[in-house]
Design a protein around this ligand. Structure first.
Ligand SMILES: NC(=O)c1ccc[n+]([C@@H]2O[C@H](COP(=O)([O-])OP(=O)(O)OC[C@H]3O[C@@H](n4cnc5c(N)ncnc54)[C@H](OP(=O)(O)O)[C@@H]3O)[C@@H](O)[C@H]2O)c1
Length: 245
């Protein structure tokens, strides 16, 4: 799909991967609608990329965002939050917040904007999931579950839309990305490996996924190896996970 002149809505555009994606999309000539909660940061990204800022809380107001955005050619469901710690101690509020922002909001926003794409006979929906959604990460059980849900939702939607609608679906599976994500979830990333990658790499992968209709993109690409190992040889995979933590 051509991005030049396409109307693209990016959620979570005020920071990290979303802001980098806005810059990459602007360079590709897209007409941007940028969503986030932090007005100051969002408006700064909008000024830099020529986009229109829509400030709203996705967990509470997906319909407000869809109405203010209007029909779009491309939806990038990127906004997300993390939490790390023992599952047994996770508060109910945090649990519900993660599920609301990471899983329900992108599904609902897609449901609101997809009919316009189907009517137009063209469009693309992107989901920024995570490698955690494929392999499952200890102390990030609910986060992993929300991303797994997103991956399976995208797969099912792709089957449903295949052949007739002209609407593509892509899933991004980043590993560790150097953004404020870890600081915000309240637990810094402390492992030595894998090293965090810059958000621009994920942004470029999103642009390529839309241009070349890629169903699934691991960023960096080697992350598909643990994902495949888990499917093909779960026993050795679990032994390796114990070893590497
Ligand atoms: N960083 C990583 O290592 C990593 C790895 C794999 C996947 N991911 C995924 O990548 C996506 C982007 O994360 P990031 O690393 O760029 O993190 P980030 O810098 O913390 O950005 C998160 C974005 O989500 C928005 N957001 C959060 N809650 C929201 C809500 N209730 N309503 C509307 N917007 C909300 C934030 O907007 P405001 O700041 O304006 O509230 C912000 O723009 C997330 O889905 C994350 O799960 C990240």
């Amino acid at each position: 799909m051509k991005l030049s002149g396409a109307k693209v809505l990016i959620t979570g555009a005020s920071s990290g991967i979303g802001a980098a994606t806005a810059r990459a999309m602007a360079a590709a000539g897209a007409d941007l609608v940028l969503a986030g909660r932090d007005r100051t940061r969002l408006e700064a990204v909008a000024a830099e990329t020529g986009g229109r800022a829509v400030v709203c809380d996705l967990a509470a107001q997906p319909r407000v965002l869809a109405e203010r955005a209007g029909p779009v050619d491309v939806l990038v469901n990127n906004a997300g939050v993390g939490w790390s710690g023992p599952f047994a101690r996770m508060s109910q509020e945090t649990l519900q917040h993660l599920v609301a922002v990471n899983l329900i909001a992108p599904i609902r926003l897609t449901q609101l904007l997809l009919p316009g794409m189907i009517d137009a006979g063209r469009g693309h929906v992107v989901f920024v999931a995570s490698i955690a959604g494929v392999i499952g990460v200890g102390r990030e059980a609910v986060y992993s579950a929300t991303k797994a849900g997103l991956i399976t939702f995208a797969e099912a939607l792709r089957h449903e839309l295949r052949d007739f609608s002209g609407v593509g679906v892509s899933v991004l599976l980043p590993g560790v990305v150097d953004t404020p994500f870890f600081e915000r979830r309240g637990t810094p990333y402390t492992r030595r490996a894998p090293a965090p990658i810059p958000p621009e790499r994920v942004a470029n992968a999103i642009v390529a996924a839309i241009r070349y209709e890629r169903p699934e993109s691991y960023v960096p690409g080697w992350l598909r190896l643990p994902a495949r190992l888990r499917g093909a040889a779960p026993g050795p995979f679990r032994a390796l996970m114990r070893f590497f933590g």
